[in-house]
Design a protein around this ligand. Structure first.
Ligand code: HAM
Length: 428
């Protein structure tokens, strides 16, 4: 039975109460993206597995260890998206979004799936807000996406988010760097974990990102990419820093920051939360990815923020969110006829956008009033035979206890709206 009453490991439900927090955070992120000219893209939850092998890289932890991959009934290998970038690139190419001119600016709010060991801040179904920009090679583009994320953190009231920055160069400068890494790590061959050993020839930079404490210790002394940057990459990185300074943004250069996905080139960054001790998001440039996926050479860049982690950070600092108004007026009723009339009046209020409720559980009057109190109704009305006969009922202000008489005939909605607005000012 546990399988029926317990959600799969690493997944969470968002119920009313918590959902309002998510909506508030999503609204800020969406508005920040739109303010910067990004339009929403929605892509399928599953894609051809090949897309992620090519896009994310087959020596990454995400591809090697974490993908939810299965064969569908037609014998095709498909994968639940572990991240949003590869799908956004595919959708941009497939839908010819570049025809409208560069830069193409996309954002998404989406769920992603990674088979990870669940722990604080690590889920198997995670949620990301991401932006992707295509066709902008200038360092100012890097700074626009970074500033967008920082501005969103600020608007959300997250004060403890830092910015770590690095440049991991382009394939040209990385050739020399890979050689230096291979030389360095070969001396520690007998101490590296099995995964890192397998990456030594194929992609030695991945070793810098290994979670094993032994490999991390060895990686700490490895050559730094920043010493191998070519002239163009160096100039690009310097300009990014210049623009950040012009915006007054504080940052820390972390030469060990390489990110966990293979597509990055040049600028990479993460937003660590000092309170939580892990990153709320990260991203960077991926100037080779569009071409790798079959498009014309097109620069690209973006970031992904973990919504689950942003919510954790807000909870950790005790942020308050306004609750939703689920019931402005509760129409209680005694007797079958009154019950039906209450239902009709509730429907009239809904049509005018007023959150209204009435009994659906055959409760007695006392229980109905108790329920109205529990759901936070601002006003209540009671309908019985007398009210139906008179065509009038009393509207009670639950905060002040004051009452006014309302028509429950044709002019019910007008009469309710006048009375409820008047109550705000007159405190009857
Ligand atoms: P990522 O660093 O793998 O980058 O993920 C971005 C963010 O998603 C992380 O910083 C974290 O907040 C959240 N996240 C990742 N895995 C988990 C997990 N298992 N549980 C909870 N939260 C998680 C990307 O996904 C890139 N696509 C970002 C990007 C977009 N780069 C360029 N464009």
């Amino acid at each position: 039975m546990e399988l029926l009453t317990k959600a799969p490991k690493g997944t969470v439900d968002v119920a009313p109460g918590a959902a309002e927090k998510w909506q508030a955070v999503e609204a800020v992120l969406k508005s920040e993206a739109e303010l910067n000219g990004f339009g929403e893209i929605r892509t399928p939850v599953f894609e051809h597995t090949e897309l992620f092998l090519r896009g994310v890289g087959d020596t990454t932890d995400v591809v090697e260890k974490q993908m939810y991959t299965f064969t569908d009934k037609g014998g095709r290998s498909v994968t639940l998206r572990p991240e949003g970038t590869a799908g956004a690139v595919r959708a941009m190419l497939e839908n010819g979004l570049y025809n409208a001119g560069y830069p193409v600016k996309l954002y998404y709010l989406t769920s992603c799936y990674r088979y990870e060991k669940p722990q604080a801040g690590r889920l198997r179904e995670l949620h990301q807000f991401g932006v992707e920009m295509f066709g902008a090679a200038e360092p100012a583009a890097d700074v626009q996406v970074i500033a967008l994320a920082l501005s969103a953190f600020k608007r959300l009231g997250l004060a403890d988010v830092g910015l770590q920055l690095n440049s991991i160069g382009c394939p040209a400068c990385r050739k020399e760097y890979h050689k230096a890494l291979q030389e360095y790590f070969t001396a520690y061959k007998d101490q590296l974990c099995e995964t890192c050993l397998s990456r030594l020839d194929r992609n030695p930079m991945r070793i810098l990102d290994c979670k094993s404490p032994v490999c991390q210790g060895i990686a700490a002394g490895a050559p730094k990419i920043t010493d191998y940057l070519c002239g163009d990459c160096k100039a690009h990185f310097a300009k990014v820093q210049e623009y950040l300074t012009a915006l007054g943004v504080a940052y820390e250069i972390d030469p060990g920051l390489v990110r966990g996905l293979d597509y990055y080139t040049r600028t990479v960054f993460e937003f660590p939360s000092k309170t939580l001790g892990f990153a709320l998001g990260g991203g960077g440039r991926y100037d080779g990815l569009v071409e790798e996926m079959g498009g014309k050479p097109t620069p690209g860049l973006g970031f992904g923020l973990g919504l689950d982690r942003i919510l954790m950070a807000l909870d950790a600092q005790g942020a308050e969110f306004p609750g939703a108004t689920r019931c402005e007026v509760y129409i209680a009723a005694m007797g079958e006829k009154a019950q039906q009339q209450a239902f009709v009046l509730m429907d009239k209020l809904h049509q005018c956008g007023v959150p209204a409720d009435c009994d659906l559980c055959a409760r007695g009057l006392k229980a109905q009033m108790k329920y109205a109190d529990r759901i936070g109704a601002q006003y209540t009305m009671v309908l019985g035979d007398n009210e139906l006969e008179a065509g009038k009922a009393e509207l009670k202000n639950m905060r002040t206890g004051g009452k006014v008489e309302l028509s429950i005939g044709e002019d019910f909605v007008d009469s309710y709206l006048t009375a409820s607005t008047a109550q705000e000012g007159l405190a009857f």
